[in-house]
Design a protein around this ligand. Structure first.
Ligand code: SF4
Length: 413
């Protein structure tokens, strides 16, 4: 297919595809999905080889959020039966992180629900970062605490944070449909603050909220413009008790096309499969490793993932290898620009183009989008919870997290 040959050539040269080319990837048929995966896989292998970076989520503070992000199980008015607890103590968070690191993760993502941290919260998280780094010298720590005020990113950096996550989640044009309590511009501002402070920026999206192909392309091009080092791709987990509970509109093939499009538009960036991997890709997860070079190990913020052991077996069976603590995630040209963890370049270097985004959208897959259910585009954020599900909804695959952080049970890692 000419389209795919063109996109491979551009990806190998780090050249931006046209919007029409990105849209055409999303419009390919299921019959062509293996060709699409093979093509984007060439770009993935050029910049990341066969390495898979493992990230581990620690939900520092769960539920009870005053914001109204429609996709989120922790949102204002959520009826989702999730764990609710306030700040974990530094030693509790460090214990949870240790389980993920023992399981093979090299990055710990510290996530807290809420609009954004108070200065006291930044102190708490700083203590937690220190506790984790005291125990694990090589660990990368990413904070995901919502919208940042002036000076907070610098304080997190000084406390040892390597990265900050704040997701854009969806296109600017549809943002107001999913959230009314803050704006798309607020999110961009926090990504820019993180970047300006020298933190490695992590910012991604949530697919499956009722958005159009154009919306998906819009948000991915906006991310490319912000130039984060990592882009988490969440697939909406339509949690019961949230406005987007009936938004079951993803297929495994659609998820693969979305990941391929992200890879072509952001060829040399860490593309991470985030929340919804098990629910929407299902038995096609191993194919997605040919597109993304990063996943979360074990459980998500408010939902359970497959067993950490199954994640590791899947990576090995598919012919990939877990990225080691000593390996630099990003390609040399990006790491040298001061952007990424692994390189920990001068924090004030300003990474040329790398901006960042992160959290703020706790997509249940990772910070940045404390997802857990919600829809967009088609449902106003303030919409009443819808309980009627489409007949092909895989609600059986959505398991609320009942273990790990905030419980007495061992974490899944
Ligand atoms: S995504 Fe974050 S800010 Fe939005 S409702 Fe969920 S926890 Fe609150």
């Amino acid at each position: 297919m000419d389209l795919l040959n063109t996109l491979v050539d551009k990806g190998l040269r780090r050249e931006l595809p046209t919007r029409d080319e990105a849209l055409a990837v999303l419009a390919t048929s299921d019959d062509d999905v293996l060709d699409v995966v093979a093509a984007a896989g060439k770009v993935r292998r050029q910049w990341f080889g066969r390495r898979v970076k493992l990230n581990y989520l620690v939900n520092l503070k769960s539920g009870l959020c005053p914001e109204d992000c429609s996709y989120c199980s922790q949102r204002l008015g959520s009826k989702a039966d999730i764990l609710k607890y306030t700040w974990l103590k530094p030693d509790e968070a460090s214990q949870a992180a240790a389980a993920g690191l023992a399981g093979g993760a090299k990055r710990v993502c510290l996530v807290a629900s809420g609009r954004g941290p108070t200065d006291r919260d930044v102190d708490r998280v700083s203590d937690t970062i220190k506790a984790i780094k005291d125990q694990n010298e090589d660990v990368e720590v990413c904070a995901c605490l919502g919208l940042l005020s002036d000076g907070q990113a610098e304080r997190l950096r000084d406390a040892g944070a390597d990265a900050y996550n704040h997701n854009l989640n969806t296109s600017e044009g549809t943002y107001g449909d999913i959230t009314t309590t803050h704006t798309y511009a607020d999110r961009v501002d926090t990504v820019q603050k993180a970047h300006a402070a020298g933190l490695s920026a992590c910012s991604g999206l949530i697919a499956g909220m009722g958005e159009s192909d154009e919306d998906l392309v819009d948000v991915v091009y906006a991310l490319r413009e912000l130039d984060p080092d990592s882009v988490p791709v969440n697939f909406l987990i339509p949690f019961e008790g949230t406005p987007l509970a009936k938004e079951w509109n993803l297929t495994p093939q659609r998820c693969l096309r979305i990941l391929a499009m992200v890879r072509f538009v952001c060829p040399d960036v860490e593309v991470r499969i985030a929340g919804g991997r098990e629910v929407h890709l299902r038995s096609m997860q191993p194919l997605a490793l040919h597109l993304a070079n990063s996943i979360f190990l074990g459980d998500y913020l408010t939902s359970e993932g497959q067993a950490g052991k199954a994640d590791l077996e899947m990576i090995a069976d598919a012919g990939f290898e877990v990225e080691g603590a000593g390996e630099v995630t990003l390609p040399e040209h990006r790491a040298a620009a001061g952007g990424g963890c692994g390189s920990h370049a001068d924090a004030d270097a300003g990474c040329g183009s790398q901006e960042g985004a992160g959290c703020g959208s706790h997509a249940d897959a990772g910070c940045g989008s404390h997802q857990g259910g919600g829809v967009c585009g088609s449902a106003p954020a303030a919409a009443a919870t819808v309980t009627e599900q489409p007949s092909d909804a895989r609600t059986d695959l959505v398991a609320v997290r009942r273990r790990g952080a905030g419980t007495d049970l061992a974490p899944n890692a």
